[in-house]
Design a protein around this ligand. Structure first.
Ligand code: FMN
Length: 209
């Protein structure tokens, strides 16, 4: 890891769509690279962390949870936790040096807010800042099936410059556990943010049976 990468900070927003494990895996991977993470968790994002991963993954206990699950390497990075109601937070301004943002998982509600530039919450405002400053914005939507308004909202975000990276893990890596599936999604997210990773092996042209 170079000095340039060590200085980088990335915003991670966790909203109330299913797939909290994608968020924790992404967070742990970036922290292990020494990245500073600006973290925002919506009210329903907080609920999803607890509902899907247990009380030990509540936002206030996230660092011990990540250390226990993913190892002590996560201490290479650092986290600033922002309130989603704080529209005066650093990442609400284009003058902040945040180099990219991922919304993982992204609810259809937050997707709609970003698609229409509403900036009602810190998640929506920080995403809007990424788009206007032409910084990477990775949106990881999760819903099925999808309505036409939801599909159109994804197109709107893509047209504005966001990367739509649906929570759709692949099976050609022959995953055996939920963690394998989460590794695949986190690897895709980290790649889209411009970082290397070893969360899954590169495709070699055939399934490694
Ligand atoms: C257990 C649970 C699972 C949910 N899963 C999804 C989901 O996969 N996708 C989605 O768009 N909304 C989902 N929702 C609904 C959102 O949480 C809800 O629309 C909420 O208002 C989103 O707000 P937020 O974007 O501020 O987090 C779920 C809610 C709960 C309680």
């Amino acid at each position: 890891m170079g000095a340039e990468e060590r200085r980088r900070s990335v915003a991670i927003a966790v909203t109330g769509a299913s797939g909290a494990i994608y968020a924790t895996r992404t967070l742990a991977t970036l922290l292990a690279r020494g990245i500073h993470v600006e973290l925002v968790v919506t009210d329903y994002g907080r609920r999803l962390l607890r509902d899907e991963l247990g009380e030990q993954a509540a936002v206030e206990r996230l660092m011990p949870y990540l250390t226990q699950k993913y190892g002590s390497d996560v201490s290479a990075g650092s986290v600033t936790l922002h309130s989603n109601r704080d529209l005066g937070a650093t990442i609400a301004s284009g003058s902040h040096s945040c180099s990219g943002m991922v919304i993982v998982p992204c609810s259809m509600k937050t997707l709609a807010g970003v698609a229409h530039g509403l900036s009602r919450t810190l998640v929506e405002r920080a995403a809007d800042v990424m788009l206007k400053e032409r910084h990477p914005l990775i949106i990881v939507p999760r819903e099925t099936p999808m309505s036409l308004p939801q599909l159109k909202n994804m197109v709107r975000c893509a047209e504005a410059g966001a990367v739509i990276l649906p929570a759709m893990p692949a099976f050609y890596q022959l995953p055996k556990t939920l963690d394998d599936l989460a590794d695949f999604m986190a690897g895709k997210i980290v790649s889209a943010l411009g970082f290397d990773h070893d969360l899954y092996p590169p495709w070699t042209g055939s399934v490694a049976l």
